[in-house]
Design a protein around this ligand. Structure first.
Ligand code: HEM
Length: 234
């Protein structure tokens, strides 16, 4: 008998296995229907936020796997998974620019329906904030166990190639968090202004302060030390 490849074989809703596996029915019903949108731009607002949440969820998942690999001493796999997570985080940053195309007057129509909804409660961003120091602790524990400093890993980077790769991927992650906050601040300043209060009562200026937050201070400061050392030895 000839197989009918068009017939779905998976359980679930939808006419095809593609729709059933990805649950596209549910996924595509998570946005406000056209007739209920407060403004035609609201769909873009929702699609950008929901996509960002998915990508941050995916990145957190890979970062947790990277942390477990790091604890196990599997540096190559840890760096590989962090590389993947960092590639995912490029997108929430890029997606912010889409929202820059909403003009302030139109945004206020959408904003009126947000209640106290605020990115401060973003599950995706909160999970990234949660995982960052835990990866830092795992890295530090490995240095301590081996009797190494971060400077040793950088100075002898060829010898500690894989651990150096982990450190660099951690820095990539930290940089992406800072880039997200920077571009998000610019977006907020552009659409609602830098001197106002957000939907959760937080002044936009607070976003500026939060932008200073760094997860792996030691790795950033190390550069200063390396440059200072180079200056004294030259
Ligand atoms: C029109 C677009 C946007 C505006 C005007 C805006 C505005 C704001 C404001 C004013 C805050 C401060 C807290 C408060 O709400 O009171 C905030 C926080 C935040 N928003 Fe947005 N936002 C926008 C889009 C987005 C998008 C697309 C995301 C992606 C998930 C996002 C994620 C966040 C996060 C994570 C925070 C906390 C920031 C931190 O901890 O530094 N926002 N946003």
């Amino acid at each position: 008998m000839v197989k009918d490849f068009h017939k779905p074989i998976l359980e679930g809703k939808g006419a095809t296995d593609y729709e059933r596996y990805l649950r596209t029915d549910e996924l595509l019903s998570l946005q406000t229907p056209a007739e209920e949108l407060s403004h035609p731009d609201e769909l873009t607002f929702q699609v950008v936020h929901q996509s960002s949440e998915l990508l941050m969820k995916g990145a957190s998942w890979e970062l947790e796997r990277a942390r477990v690999a790091l604890i196990a001493g599997n540096y190559q796999n840890s760096a590989r998974l962090m590389r993947r997570a960092n590639a995912m985080l490029e997108h929430p940053i890029a997606l912010l620019h889409i929202l820059e195309t909403i003009t302030p007057y139109d945004y206020h129509i959408i904003r009126a329906g947000l209640g106290h909804g605020s990115g401060l409660d973003s599950p995706g961003f909160l999970s990234l904030l949660h995982i960052a120091p835990r990866i830092g602790d795992a890295f530090q524990e490995h240095l301590t166990d081996k009797g190494l400093t971060a400077d040793d890993v950088y100075r002898r980077h060829e010898e500690f190639f894989a651990l150096h790769d982990v450190a660099e991927r951690m820095l990539d992650f930290d940089e992406r968090m800072q880039l997200f906050r920077f571009h998000h601040l610019k977006l907020a300043q552009r659409i609602i202004g830098g001197g106002v209060i957000g939907t959760m009562g937080t002044p936009v200026e607070v976003l500026q302060q939060r932008m200073q937050h760094v997860a792996y201070r030691e790795l950033w400061d190390l550069r200063n030390q390396i440059t200072a050392n180079a200056n004294t030895s030259s």
